[in-house]
Design a protein around this ligand. Structure first.
Ligand SMILES: Nc1ncnc2c1ncn2[C@@H]1O[C@H](COP(=O)(O)OP(=O)(O)OP(=O)(O)O)[C@@H](O)[C@H]1O
Ligand SMILES: [Mg+2]
Length: 358
């Protein structure tokens, strides 16, 4: 990464005896689409509010564009925030709502008009400038809230679950628009969400948070393919976990004793030795194949407990003898054939698909 625009170092935040953030370190690059992802209460909004200057960190340091932000009030920061519940003024029309923050900037009338015009265009509200806010749909209101932040031309746009109130279809549409907008403007976005798919769709990098800590900071691909631990693996998509005891390692391949399931093998993503430890062999559902006869690829035997036809793919729940938790399997629908419930099957996966997690 080039010189970071945002430098967060050892930031903690306590509310009385409760610690909401425990030593957060993040660098965010210029023009990056960065997401904070995690379950409700993990500290996402708190961190965003610290970036905005609505809260001060209890300890630690925050630099934006090389400048120490301690004591700098929100309106003096190069940031602008779109809030979790987007409050727009119901008694003002679209244009007035969007231009609201500009009034303090003492711009010429021409420049004010130009800025509002380009913000309106950006969020595709052309023709609705005079419409009253109360006569807008949820999605349109969300666009107004976005335009109101963009019109200020911040270096950093902070977005707190801005799409959570929208229905699925509109949300997916807005995700693509947001991403396109961010690319064309080159503004740094810090985006908060508890929806892993949304974070994956939008982000260059994601900080996966839990209980005020960062579990893993990585690209979407890195989080999915190389989750640092079980918690990340289970939050990002679906992961099958087979308990096992780790044996000897050869390079990054580790032999595993999976009890009644026999000997298996898995790959470790880090250099940390797992030898002798209780671990999990982690397998993504789409990496597992099931069938009557997998030949040399067969590794386990089981029985189809559930089969769901989804058109482009088929999902199976497969009960495996000696495994408490059934395996979830997703296979592309290549033949239109579906295995029936109760069928005895073999279960296999490619050599490099199993990840050893603790
Ligand atoms: N002003 C405050 N006083 C006391 N506790 C607070 C305060 N603000 C936040 N907290 C606590 O800090 C923790 C993190 O809150 P935060 O709002 O950052 O979570 P979040 O990740 O944004 O959750 P959500 O997804 O539900 O919005 C929560 O346990 C919350 O109750
Ligand atoms: Mg929040």
């Amino acid at each position: 990464m080039s010189e970071p625009l945002i430098h967060i170092e050892a930031v903690t935040k306590s509310f009385g005896s409760f610690t909401a953030l425990h030593g957060i370190d993040i660098d965010i690059g210029r023009g990056e689409f960065f997401s904070l992802l995690g379950a409700s209460g993990c500290g996402k909004t708190t961190l965003l509010r610290i970036l905005a200057g609505i809260e001060e960190p209890t300890t630690g340091q925050l630099l934006i564009d090389g400048q120490d932000m301690r004591g700098v009030p929100p309106e003096k920061r190069p940031t602008n925030m779109v809030f979790q519940s987007y409050a727009i003024f119901p008694h003002l029309n679209v244009e007035e709502n969007i231009g609201y923050g500009l009034r303090n900037l003492k711009l010429s009338r021409a420049e004010t008009r130009e800025r509002i015009g380009s913000a309106v265009e950006l969020v595709k509200l052309g023709g609705m400038e005079k419409r009253n806010a109360h006569a807008l749909s949820g999605g349109q209101r969300q666009r107004v809230a976005l335009a109101r932040a963009l019109v200020m031309r911040p270096k950093v746009l902070l977005l707190d679950e801005p799409l959570s109130a929208l229905d699925k279809k509109l949300r997916e549409e807005m995700q693509l628009e947001l991403r396109a907008m961010q690319r064309s403007l080159g503004i740094t976005f810090v985006f908060v969400t508890h929806d892993q798919e949304e974070a994956m769709t939008l982000s260059d990098r994601i900080a996966m948070m839990s209980d005020g800590r960062i579990l893993q900071l990585d690209t979407p691909k890195g989080l999915y393919e190389r989750p640092a631990n079980r918690e990340v693996a289970e939050f990002i998509g679906t992961m099958n976990l087979i308990p096992a005891k780790a044996g000897a390692a050869k390079g990054n391949q580790v032999s595993l004793d999976a009890g009644a399931l026999g000997k298996l093998e898995g790959r470790v993503a880090t250099d940390v030795s797992t030898s002798g430890r209780e671990v999990f062999l982690a397998l993504r559902p789409e990496r597992i194949s099931v069938g009557a006869d997998l030949g040399a690829n067969a590794r386990l035997k089981g029985k189809i407990a559930e089969a769901v036809y989804l058109g482009d793919r088929i999902t199976y729940v497969v009960a495996v003898n000696g495994l408490a938790q059934p395996l979830r399997v997703v296979n592309a629908n290549e033949t239109g054939e579906i295995l029936r419930i109760g069928a005895e099957v073999e279960i296999g996966w490619p050599d490099d698909s199993g990840l050893v997690l603790s």
